[in-house]
Design a protein around this ligand. Structure first.
Ligand code: SF4
Ligand code: SF4
Length: 220
């Protein structure tokens, strides 16, 4: 398995360092609010029942996880420092996914393909997990998460919409600064592989790019 070299240094990360750091701070603030609002809510206040708090089997982590490119940068950087083995495994997973036939969302779900960062039932990148993971809550029976790709009792919830808007604006800023208009792939493991390949390149690019596999070494 490829070892991730620390510290991760590259123009992509260096140019966006302050904004990526700010993103991490906002995600930590968001997480603290989530904890207070949804994980340990004041029982006197009426709110949606959050089944996730008593869920012992995270079925929701066994499906396709799509992320924005900027999220991928933050996750890669954080995992390289805090969970290098999990990151290396995710990169290897991305490589094997990349070599196989492309799977759609339904196939990921049907095959119960686990998220690359789910290890022994635990999210190894919990503080930096993607927005789709942090804002996804189940209000009904958790077994529905096992049986249905999109149970109708699942909700997207965020404790502070202004904070989420700031995170989204910052993500746009980072893309603007780095001349990124969009990125394919979008699946988490494949993006870890893709970011890893980008960081192995010595330079970035001079004009706005839709990042695609064609930028990866050996495929230019
Ligand atoms: S979304 Fe469903 S499977 Fe995921 S933690 Fe919540 S209850 Fe469990
Ligand atoms: S990043 Fe974490 S929370 Fe999201 S799917 Fe993966 S293991 Fe689950």
């Amino acid at each position: 398995m490829k070892k991730v070299v620390l510290p991760v240094a590259h123009p992509l990360l260096d140019e966006a360092r302050d904004k990526l750091d700010r993103m991490v701070a906002l995600l930590e603030e968001d997480q603290a609010l989530r904890h207070a609002e949804y994980d340990k809510p004041d029982p006197k206040r009426r709110r949606l029942r959050v089944a996730c708090n008593r869920c012992e089997t995270p079925w929701c982590c066994n499906q396709r996880v799509a992320v924005e490119f900027v999220e991928a940068l933050v996750i890669y950087r954080w995992a390289a420092e805090h969970e290098p083995l999990a990151l290396a495994a995710a990169i290897a997973r991305g490589d094997s996914l990349r070599r196989g036939r492309p799977l759609d969302d339904a196939e990921f779900f049907r095959r119960r393909v686990p998220c690359p960062f789910l290890i022994k039932g635990r999210c190894t990148i919990f503080p930096m997990r993607p927005h789709s993971c942090r804002s996804h809550y189940m209000g009904g029976n958790p077994l529905k998460c096992r049986d249905e790709l999109q149970p109708n009792e699942t909700y997207e919830m965020s404790p502070d919409r202004a904070l989420i808007a700031e995170i989204a604006a910052l993500a746009d800023d980072v893309k603007f600064d780095l001349l990124i208009e969009g990125a394919r792939p979008t699946e988490l493991a494949e993006l870890m592989l893709f970011v890893d390949r980008l960081l192995a390149r010595k330079k970035t690019w001079a004009a706005p790019r839709v990042l695609d596999w064609d930028l990866a070494p050996g495929e230019e």
